[in-house]
Design a protein. Structure first.
Length: 662
């Protein structure tokens, strides 16, 4: 059995066949998919975010399957693959469907409409990842940091290496910090300061004290971290001050931080949307060779009746392309029927169903590409959905006229399918990356992805109905004083209604397109010069679209990775040591993976009692001890984050030095 800890070769050789889809793995995968989908649905509506489930599911799977006499690493990988599908489908659902309730179009969530759209969108996303796996993971060799981290977690769980201690301790640190900050509310999770300079200027700085974000920055490296940070700098240090200087600002009792966020949310964020649009088109053009190759190989195998596919080694065997095409053709039928029930015109419904397939592939590729660059945690699926809803609404405006009721709702329903597909593609490509590293059979993973989608799709409508009935979505009202804010769905509703109402910030979108074009040109110049530093436009667009504090935390991790690389290069020259990258990178990866694991697990654990008690934080220090003081500012979290970063550097440096001495 050929096992390489960190290598282009898979951990489990292609000629080794281990049980993957087993009865116990199937049952556990379905249960975790449903549980994680429900928990993340509430978390997404309550806090505007979902927690990546791959690593937590891998940890849970290892703990459960160890109770059986026989289990293996590929079986654990299958479980986390199915479970993560539930989490990513939940994101696609809660970012879109609540918009229909917020707009007043639905007073309850129709079970079969929600289920079928979620099911079709999710399965479509899985089908799109089949050619994209070959294009983005095998040929482009994108990093997919959470996928790499998941693979390291699974490998560490099987090995008896002393390096596992870095994973365990980092997971404890990440979980404890998350519990203290979000669970007990001991300190604020974001350090930020801002100042409005009269009515014509603005200063802002902020950083999220999340160890997981720093870990993501460490995994993606300095190049991508710099680009994400540059996008945030453009938004908060250039665009917002310029906007204020041009338009002035009236605080109206708002804090300086709130003033900046209001402008960013209403105006500047759309620059990122414009950059994503042109970046997505360029990404597809840039990937056309790899994607075309993947489709050509699939069609060739289909034409030769599978003879080519049979000759492929186990770790390269994807679901046959003939199945993919038949699946997509079948999915058009229920989507067309649902659109017909809302749009009520057969011709328009058919056009939109076909356009939805094209848009689904386009944005699945874009989401998958971005996710490979900056990680699942930083991948703005909501931005992709905005672009989908924006383009769909414009087409519907031409085809249907200014129907201010059915028009926006139809755009949301189209966006829901694409959002589910893109969310699945972006998140599950990390699972396929983990399988690529481990030596899993791609087709088995793709089957389990569909299983996870199907299992979670059937519970989405009841979860939405329960939460909407109990709390309501959108702004708080007298009828719903504890309404779940559903920030992404609120934004989707405003975009769809804005197109038909004529009040979208088109100027900002066009600025984003221009900014994206400039970045693309700069990247092509760097490519021709053979520069090691590149400027993928989607990384910059992500930075523009995300809040600055997330960009800043990612940058911290990138800087630590750069410091480790400098240390390694210096020691190589001093000791004439050439075989060290494997172990030093492994230790750093394990530490970073542990931070992500701990925070993700704690985020899901905290979501369960919050959902059960209807938004009540049962672990809050105010509730437990009757303390009425507000949480500390972010200083305790900042200090702890600095310590976490220091140990991240020292662990990589220490293990490198040990290897050199040996």
């Amino acid at each position: 059995m050929n096992r390489q800890p960190v290598s282009e070769k898979p951990y489990i050789s292609a000629d080794v066949k281990l049980p993957e889809i087993t009865v116990k793995a199937l049952i556990l995968g379905v249960i975790l998919a449903i549980l994680l989908a429900g928990a993340n649905a509430y978390l997404g509506l309550f806090a505007g975010m979902t927690v990546s489930a791959s690593i937590p599911a891998a940890v849970i799977s290892m703990a459960v399957l160890r109770l059986f006499k026989q289990s293996n690493i590929l079986e654990n990988n299958i479980v986390q693959t199915a479970a993560s599908a539930g989490e990513s489908l939940a994101a696609g659902v809660v970012f879109t469907f609540p918009a229909l309730a917020i707009m007043g179009y639905w007073d309850h969530f129709k079970y079969w409409e929600v289920t079928l759209i979620a099911l079709c969108g999710g399965v479509m996303g899985v089908l799109f990842t089949i050619p994209l796996r070959n294009a983005l993971i095998v040929h482009q060799k994108l990093k997919y940091p959470e996928g790499v981290a998941t693979a390291e977690v699974l490998k560490s769980g099987e090995q008896s290496s002393s390096d596992v201690k870095y994973l365990v301790w980092a997971a404890v640190i990440g979980g404890v910090m998350k519990f203290c900050e979000q669970g007990m509310n001991l300190w604020n999770g974001v350090f930020e300061k801002a100042k409005v300079l009269g009515t014509r200027g603005y200063l802002y700085f902020g950083v999220d004290v999340s160890p997981a974000l720093v870990a993501v920055g460490y995994i993606v490296g300095l190049n991508i971290a710099v680009l994400v940070f540059a996008g945030g700098v453009f938004s908060w240090w250039i665009a917002i001050p310029v906007y204020i200087a041009s338009h002035g600002v009236a605080a109206n009792g708002q804090s300086a931080v709130d003033v900046g966020y209001q402008i960013w949310s209403d105006q500047i964020r759309y620059i990122g949307v414009g950059a994503m649009v042109i970046g997505g088109i360029w990404a597809l053009l840039d990937l056309r060779s790899s994607v075309t190759t993947a489709f050509t190989e699939g069609f060739k195998a289909f034409k030769e009746r599978g003879s080519t596919a049979v000759q492929k080694i186990r770790t390269e065997y994807d679901t046959p392309m003939s199945w993919v095409l038949m699946g997509l053709a079948i999915l058009v039928v229920p989507i067309f029927i649902i659109y017909l029930s809302e749009i009520r015109t057969a011709g328009i419904s058919l056009i939109m169903a076909l356009l939805m397939i094209l848009a689904g592939f386009l944005f699945s590729a874009v989401a998958g590409y971005m996710s490979g660059l900056v990680g699942s945690s930083n991948n703005p699926i909501s931005g992709i959905t905005i672009a989908t809803i924006l383009s769909s609404a414009l087409i519907l405006l031409v085809l249907m006229g200014n129907d201010v009721t059915r028009g926006p709702a139809s755009a949301i329903l189209i966006g829901a399918v694409v959002c589910c597909a893109a969310s699945i593609a972006a998140d599950n490509l990390h699972d396929l990356k983990a399988g690529y590293v481990l030596g899993a059979t791609p087709m088995n993973q793709q089957i389990m992805l569909i299983v996870g989608v199907v299992a979670s799709a059937f519970v989405m409508a009841p979860v939405l109905t329960l939460l909407h009935t109990a709390y309501g979505f959108g702004p708080k009202t007298l009828a719903h004083p504890d309404a779940l804010t559903a920030p992404q769905a609120t934004l989707m509703a405003s975009v769809a209604q804005g197109v038909f109402g004529g009040n979208l910030p088109w100027g900002m979108i066009w600025i984003g397109i221009i900014v994206g074009a400039v970045v693309i040109i700069a990247d092509q110049i760097l490519r021709k010069r053979g520069s090691s530093f590149r400027m993928p436009v989607l990384a910059v667009a992500v930075g523009i679209y995300l809040p600055f504090e997330l960009d800043c935390a990612t940058m911290v991790g990138g800087v630590i990775a750069w410091m480790v690389t400098r240390y390694q290069n210096r020691r190589k020259k001093q000791d004439d040591f050439d075989d060290s990258k494997e172990r030093s990178d492994r230790a750093g990866l394990l530490y970073a993976s542990g931070l992500i694991t701990g925070e993700a697990l704690m985020g899901i654990i905290l979501a369960i009692p919050i959902a059960y008690y209807g938004g009540l934080n049962v672990f809050s220090i105010k509730r437990l001890f009757g303390v009425h003081a507000d949480p500390f500012e972010a200083w305790p979290g900042l200090i702890l984050l600095a310590i976490v970063g220091y140990f991240m550097y020292r662990i990589a440096a220490k293990t490198f030095s040990k290897k050199a001495e040996e």
